[in-house]
Design a protein around this ligand. Structure first.
Ligand code: CP
Length: 344
């Protein structure tokens, strides 16, 4: 996946940023150190003449703005394509008769876009119909094959590595011990959302060596393959991964509560059954009293966007525990390191 080192013993030029699981822990620490270095000593000409292409098959605020901003801070340029909004609608399914609204297939469009840039970032969410299929990342695998330039995952069916990397940096900034207690909790949302962020967050915390607890109601357990992979990562980093639906038990002594909405895995691809199950779970909105038995200074993390008083209450988001703004800012910082490692 990676090219040979730029100089003997030096860091490798990165060709793919698709999942934190593709990297050794030391490589992640190296990227985080580069992010800090670029923040302390900006390099406004490092990527002069370089172009980043950004293809968004799904909406975004932070990912879109922070990658464009990061590229500009390093002296490069970027373009953004949002199919169907000023550009042709894109078909992503294989072997279909294209007699619908999409005028162009990703098989043509992606190599064309790659030929216009030095690195390409793509956001392509899960289809949300078949869990096993989404776990195998069929669309992103196709994108990977079609792209002959460095490629960045801007959120795929099961991963959001740039979010995970910024969250790791945020934990470091907060001086949360690598063995600290990290609770990833399911929170309410009116509809099923993808598993990308919870899966990436779980893996990040496991890889960081934390005591990770996944707190979720029945019917919302993360897939066994995702949990298993995280347990392996935790083992090699000195951490642990458990799961429970007992909020009091999970939050006891927690240093961090990471809130995230996701769809039922029991009723994956069945929106009516999912809706029926989640209708009873509207009290899964993080309030201050959730922290009663947590570490006194425990923090609240969320990747954003967040629905106020649905997923997290105002009293928490507007209070001293919430570090969501810092997380979002750190997207910019860590992504500059990714771009630098790919293109400088
Ligand atoms: N956290 C995150 O990826 O935000 P956006 O969906 O706004 O890009």
């Amino acid at each position: 996946m990676d090219l040979p080192p730029l100089r003997p013993g030096g860091p490798k030029r990165m060709r793919r940023f698709l999942s934190l699981a593709d990297f050794e822990r030391a490589q992640i620490l190296d990227l985080l150190a580069l992010a800090q270095k670029l923040q302390d000593k900006p390099e406004p000409r490092a990527l002069r003449g370089k172009v980043l292409g950004l293809l968004f098959l799904n909406p975004s605020l932070r990912t879109l703005a922070s990658f464009q901003s990061g590229m500009a801070h390093l002296g490069g340029n970027s373009f953004v394509i949002t199919p169907g909004q000023g550009t042709w609608g894109l078909e992503t399914r294989n072997n279909v008769v294209m007699d619908g609204t999409a005028a162009e297939h990703i098989r043509e469009a992606l190599p064309v876009l790659a030929s216009y840039c030095d690195a390409l970032g793509v956001r392509a969410f899960a289809e949300g119909k078949n869990l096993l299929e989404d776990l195998s990342e069929p669309l992103f695998s196709t994108i990977d094959q079609l792209c002959d330039k460095p490629l960045i995952n801007l959120e795929s069916a099961m991963n959001h590595p740039a979010q995970a990397l910024c969250d790791w940096r945020t934990l470091d900034e907060l001086k949360i011990a690598s063995g600290g207690k990290f609770v990833l909790t399911w929170v309410y949302h009116p509809k099923a959302l993808p598993l990308a962020v919870p899966s990436a967050t779980l893996h990040m915390a496991a890889m960081r060596g934390m005591e990770v607890v996944v707190l979720r109601p029945e019917g919302f357990a993360l897939p066994p393959t995702v949990m298993g992979k995280a347990r392996v990562a935790a083992k090699s980093s000195g951490g642990a991964v458990t799961e429970t639906s007992d909020r009091t038990l999970a939050l006891k002594g927690a240093h961090v509560l990471y809130a995230k909405e996701w769809g039922s895995t029991t009723h994956y691809g069945a929106p009516e059954a999912d809706a029926k199950l989640r209708a009873e779970l509207q009290d899964w909105c993080v309030r201050e009293n959730w922290f009663a038995n947590a570490f006194a200074d425990a923090k609240l993390m969320h990747c954003l966007p967040v629905r106020r008083n649905v997923a997290v209450a105002d009293e928490v988001l507007d209070g001293p525990r919430a570090v969501v703004q810092r997380q979002a800012f750190n997207r910019l910082v860590v992504q500059m390191a990714i771009l630098h490692r790919m293109l400088a």
